[in-house]
Design a protein around this ligand. Structure first.
Ligand SMILES: NC(=O)c1ccc[n+]([C@@H]2O[C@H](COP(=O)([O-])OP(=O)(O)OC[C@H]3O[C@@H](n4cnc5c(N)ncnc54)[C@H](OP(=O)(O)O)[C@@H]3O)[C@@H](O)[C@H]2O)c1
Length: 242
């Protein structure tokens, strides 16, 4: 379907996958809030590219570990772009490589706040309006670590697995109202700050890292499809199942 003129909120727009996805949204002429955490330059650059292409956009910052930020992002998105969010893409992710034996509660809580609580708060506040208007898309950014455990940490894998439960719970609540809820679960994606230094492409059957643009292409296909819902789609070079 044609997404032009829709309003999107993309978190993690300053990251590797977010930038690629942001450029796909601009090409699709989606009015977008590019949300960032600590790196405004990348998100502002996307907003400038959108405006140069004649597409309304804005960059907004906020720490998603702060429980007040999701509501503020939705409010500011609606104010700035002339309508409520149609496409919600909670893509921001927090990952610190740490052995489970050394993981402290502060680290655990921060990972869960950014990776699971913030996506839930965004969806909780955006979905009722989407359902009432008869159209909406929520696309969470999970990780293959939710299936395999991965190489980052127990908190990261568990928080991403939580997004799958959230996907299944929420999708069934809104499916009859033109709203889809899905998640993507990529493996090792290059040109991202998150790619662990210890990661090796040899660990994947395809023998290479994934490209942010490959994640972005699948994300756009999911956003365009009204019959695909309640799914977690792996994009992992054949990594899982094996
Ligand atoms: N790269 C991979 O191999 C891989 C694999 C599987 C899944 N993923 C998932 O893909 C998503 C995008 O990550 P990426 O690969 O593009 O990595 P990235 O380049 O490290 O980007 C991470 C993004 O999340 C944002 N973020 C982190 N903590 C935040 C916070 N507290 N508040 C607001 N924003 C915050 C960052 O914003 P700032 O930089 O502005 O702070 C950045 O935009 C994440 O959910 C990640 O878990 C990545």
């Amino acid at each position: 379907m044609d997404l032009s003129g829709k309003v999107a909120l993309l978190t993690g727009a300053s990251g590797g996958i977010g930038r690629a996805l942001g450029r796909r949204l601009i090409a699709a002429r989606v009015k977008t809030v590019f949300a960032y955490g600590s790196r405004p330059d990348q998100a502002r650059q996307l907003a400038a590219e959108a405006k140069a292409a004649g597409v309304d956009a804005i960059a907004i910052g906020g720490d998603l570990a702060d429980r007040r930020v999701p509501a503020r992002l939705l409010r500011e998105a609606s104010d700035a772009l002339g309508g409520p969010v149609d496409l919600l893409i909670p893509n921001a992710g927090h990952a610190v490589q740490q052995d489970y034996t050394e993981l402290d509660l502060e680290a655990w809580d921060r990972t869960f706040a950014v990776n699971l609580r913030a996506p839930f708060l965004l969806a909780q506040q955006a979905l009722p309006g989407m359902a009432a208007r008869g159209f909406g898309r929520v696309l969470f950014m999970s990780s293959v670590a939710a299936f395999t455990g991965g190489i980052v940490g127990a908190d990261y894998a568990a928080s991403k697995a939580g997004l799958h439960g959230l996907t299944h719970f929420l999708a069934s609540r809104v499916a009859a109202h033109g709203v889809t809820v899905n998640a993507l679960a990529p493996a090792l994606i290059e040109d991202t700050a998150m790619l662990p230094g210890t990661a090796s492409p040899g660990a994947l059957p395809v023998g290479r890292f994934g490209r942010p643009e490959e994640v972005a292409d699948l994300a756009l296909a999911v956003l365009r499809n009204g019959y695909l819902t309640n799914q977690v789609l792996s994009l992992d070079g054949g990594g899982y199942p094996r």
